[in-house]
Design a protein around this ligand. Structure first.
Ligand code: THU
Length: 160
């Protein structure tokens, strides 16, 4: 038996003003998109903004449903729309923000496991990393240089 240590490296910014101008703009787009969330069941609103290599910014939010599993997270709303509308574009950077109306969320909220799996598919397809930035309602922002960094031991097409 041997132990393998798989590192996950993130950078932490004290607030979004410390981000580069382009990423700060992208985060502001995610904050705006958060308002469009349809989250009557969880009261947890998530906004995401994705910058493509063709200059387009795709934004989206979580969309819930009375049949709970039929709802969709903000991140998957965005990547599936981007993949459908711009199948040849590369995904460069994604900003995510989440705010609960029940309790303050000022710590960075990372994307859920299902969204990590969905996003990494595009990273593998395009053979280049997607930068991920995530925040709570405001406050600290965490940056991962790639999705793979957030999803060690990935399940991908190589095993099919
Ligand atoms: N949610 C997202 O939009 N993204 C995530 O990564 C985690 C959770 C949404 C799903 C649901 O509408 C609400 O947040 C509470 O789970």
């Amino acid at each position: 038996m041997k132990e393998i240590n798989i590192p996950c490296v993130v950078h932490v910014y004290d607030d979004r003003d410390q981000l580069t101008a382009d990423v700060k703009d992208l985060m502001e787009s995610a904050v705006s998109a958060r308002d469009s969330a349809y989250a009557p069941y969880s009261d947890f609103k998530v906004g995401a903004a994705l910058l493509l290599d063709n200059g387009e910014v795709i934004t989206g939010s979580n969309q819930e449903n009375a049949s709970y599993p039929s709802g969709l997270c903000a991140e998957r709303t965005v990547v599936y729309y981007a993949g459908a509308k711009y199948p040849d574009a590369k995904f460069l950077k994604m900003c995510i923000t989440a705010a609960s109306s029940k309790s303050a969320t000022f710590d960075p909220i990372p994307p859920c496991g299902a969204c990590r799996q969905a996003i990494v598919e595009y990273e593998i397809k395009q053979e280049s990393p997607i930068e991920i930035y995530f925040m709570g309602a405001s406050g600290k922002v965490m940056k991962s240089h790639s999705l793979a960094n957030l999803l060690p031991l990935v399940f991908d097409k190589s095993v099919l």
